[in-house]
Design a protein around this ligand. Sequence first.
Ligand code: HEM
Length: 227
Amino acid sequence: MRKINSLNTTIIRKVLMALTGLFLCFFLIIHLAGNLQLLLPHEIAQTQYNAYSHILSGNFIIKLVSYVLYVSILAHALLALVLTIVNWRAGGSKYAVDKRRQVSGWITRNMGILGSLIFVFLIVHLADFWYVYKFGHPPMDAAGNKDLYTIVVEVYKEPLYVVGYVIAMIVLGFHLWHGFQSAFRTLGLYNFKYHKWVKYFGFFFSIVMTVGFAIIPIILYFRFAGG
Ligand code: HEM
């Protein structure tokens, strides 16, 4: 009976991890689309990106979704930690996995390390942009909006930062590649009918996210550093 209860709890935890993970994937699509505005020609990008951020930060629905996002990030990380500890205690592998059609043994075994690196990236990332925007004293642009565009451009003038971001985006790509398939497997959608689609879409999604996010600091660096 105790064994069944703990199995049920583990399944609930895995389902919650899958759902929060997929929600975070959805956030990444929106976040990438918004941030690609940074690559517009300088004069348009500054006004447009700052106005966009201003509208988002004042919108009640977006605020509500942001709280769901913060809770999802924390829940996803904590559940991963609990599952890892439970598996260690049970004497199993570090991460409970179904051995069918794994993306790669190394990625599967090291999802915890990849996730922890992304968590560290997030802390630095939020401190640099989100915290300064919400609680710091950012400069203002000509239209009277907080000049988030200039904050981002200044950060990416630092080559070490750009390298750090690109490495973090590669780590994110590997984490998404396995995580995407793992989530669908947990939700029972990685079956004979759909597994090929899930596999190809997961791979495509990881590449688009990694390349899409990584080109932003690279392009901004070459456009503005030393200028
Ligand atoms: C080059 C890539 C990226 C750029 C330029 C960028 C830029 C920004 C900026 C300017 C903000 C502050 C805006 C605001 O709070 O409204 C922000 C917030 C945030 N970013 Fe990023 N970001 C990038 C990649 C990422 C990645 C890969 C992740 C996740 C792994 C991420 C997660 C977040 C989160 C969770 C927030 C807080 C959002 C909120 O408060 O609603 N970002 N980002």
